[in-house]
Design a protein around this ligand. Structure first.
Ligand code: CAA
Length: 394
């Protein structure tokens, strides 16, 4: 078993850390407070290759592995989770979904734009009445011969106000239930695509989350992804990898809060010594470090399984479930360690605490992860054995 990172991994992590600290940190409090979309920061992320990290260089991507992407996500998420969720959706839902299941034509047409950040993508699955129960799609795509006619509403769409491309999941044959669902590439400039108001959220406040309406949108036949009826499986398989990105985000949030709490506890004095020297605080720091280390092992391993071409469905659900719990629990502790300073915006930890909550909700709630894990457990797969890797097939 080898736990060391390669020179390339270390370089990617360092580049992301430097970018996050230098370019994201200075304005993050203000952007969060004003719900201001990080336009300039996203432009730079595209230029530096953070928006298409795993995409093949043939399509202008970085050609990196999932672990590199996870390391970069972790560093960005220590600072600015509005930027890191955009990065996660663009890399692991939109680019990966398109690259893995798209036709050569679709990839040539769309991937270079997405991988370089010229275009941002959104993944449009959730609906007002279909969140966790994702099979209940009410958005319809009616086969009109040479095109589909798309109608419906999608909710809580990340990058909704800034994206040029949507991957839209829609029902084409209600009689077949989830087997009648398809996934489509929709350009937002097409007639009939309307962006609703930006959501005013608890956390990731500068990320632009919107409702999207489709009204008689003509989608060319060649923009369907995969065989007829592949859409639900497409969503599930893509989300399985996406969850590794959100797990990395949660890991970064917990790590960022821990770094701030550790530094503060060593500086701040009470009762004649740094508060870190009081057992009450030292033990909190010890527990944080331990839980973050455990989450890290799970997240990196899920990425490693994916990079080995092995099954990672359970591992990604476990990593997201656990890392998001650690993020929530320990951002609260980081605020507590900061005392009154933790409750004001200037010290960053209150923002990380607010951001942590969404990692337990999006790309499948913690309860949905427990459904995925428990089904694996009950089918005789308590964990994915290191000795007997299960080959993954797309
Ligand atoms: N890979 C391939 N196929 C899969 C799969 C997977 N990981 N998981 C399920 N499937 C297939 C099943 O095999 C089954 O296919 P068949 O019937 O043809 O055999 C089909 O999908 C239906 O599966 P289930 O019976 O398991 O479906 P279910 O309704 O019982 O529940 C669920 C599935 C896991 C709860 C699923 O609905 C789910 O993941 N829900 C959460 C949705 C979600 O994560 N939404 C996030 C929105 S996107 C987002 O948040 C992005 C963002 O902006 C940040």
């Amino acid at each position: 078993m080898n736990f060391s990172l390669t020179e390339e991994h270390l370089a990617v992590r360092e580049a992301a850390r430097e970018f996050a600290q230098k370019e994201l940190k200075p304005g993050v409090i203000e952007r969060d407070s004003k719900m201001e979309f990080p336009t300039e920061q996203v432009r730079m992320m595209g230029e530096l290759g953070f928006l298409g990290m795993m995409v093949d260089p043939d399509y202008d991507g970085g050609g990196m592995d999932t672990l590199s992407y996870v390391l970069a996500m972790e560093e960005m998420s220590k600072v600015d989770n509005s930027c890191s969720v955009l990065m996660s959706v663009n890399n692991s839902l939109v680019c990966w979904g398109l690259e893995t299941y798209g036709t050569e034509e679709q990839k040539r047409k769309y991937l270079p734009k997405l991988a370089t950040g010229e275009w941002i993508g959104s993944f449009c699955l959730s609906e007002p009445e279909a969140g966790s129960d994702a099979t209940m799609q009410r958005t319809t795509a009616v086969d009109m011969g040479d095109h589909y006619l798309l109608n419906g509403t999608k909710n809580w769409i990340t990058n909704g106000g800034s994206s040029s491309l949507h991957l839209v999941i829609a029902q084409t044959n209600p009689e077949l239930k989830h087997r009648g669902i398809n996934a489509f590439i929709v350009e937002t400039s097409w007639d009939g695509v309307t962006v609703g108001a930006k959501e005013d959220k608890l956390g990731i406040r500068s990320s632009d989350t919107h409702t999207i309406m489709y009204s008689d949108v003509k989608v060319p036949k060649e923009n369907r992804i995969g065989e007829d009826g592949f859409g639900f499986k497409f969503a599930m398989k893509t989300l399985s990898g996406g969850r590794i990105g959100i797990a990395a985000q949660a890991l970064g949030i917990a790590g960022g809060a821990y770094e701030l709490a550790l530094a503060y506890a060593q500086e701040r004095e009470a009762f004649g010594k740094p508060i870190a020297k009081h057992q009450a605080i030292a033990f909190k720091l010890a527990q944080m470090a331990t839980d973050i280390e455990a989450a890290k092992m799970m997240v990196y391993r899920a990425a490693w399984l994916k990079d080995q071409g092995m099954d990672y469905n359970q591992a990604s659900a476990m990593a997201k479930l656990y890392a998001s719990e650690v993020a929530m629990k320990h951002t609260v502790e980081a605020v507590q360690i900061h005392g009154g300073y933790g409750f004001v915006k200037e010290y960053h930890v209150e923002r990380l605490m607010r951001d942590a909550k969404i990692t337990q909700i999006y790309e499948g709630t913690s309860e949905v992860q427990q459904i995925v894990i428990s089904r694996g457990v009950l089918s005789g797969q308590p964990y994915i054995s290191m000795e007997e890797p299960v080959a993954h097939s797309h």
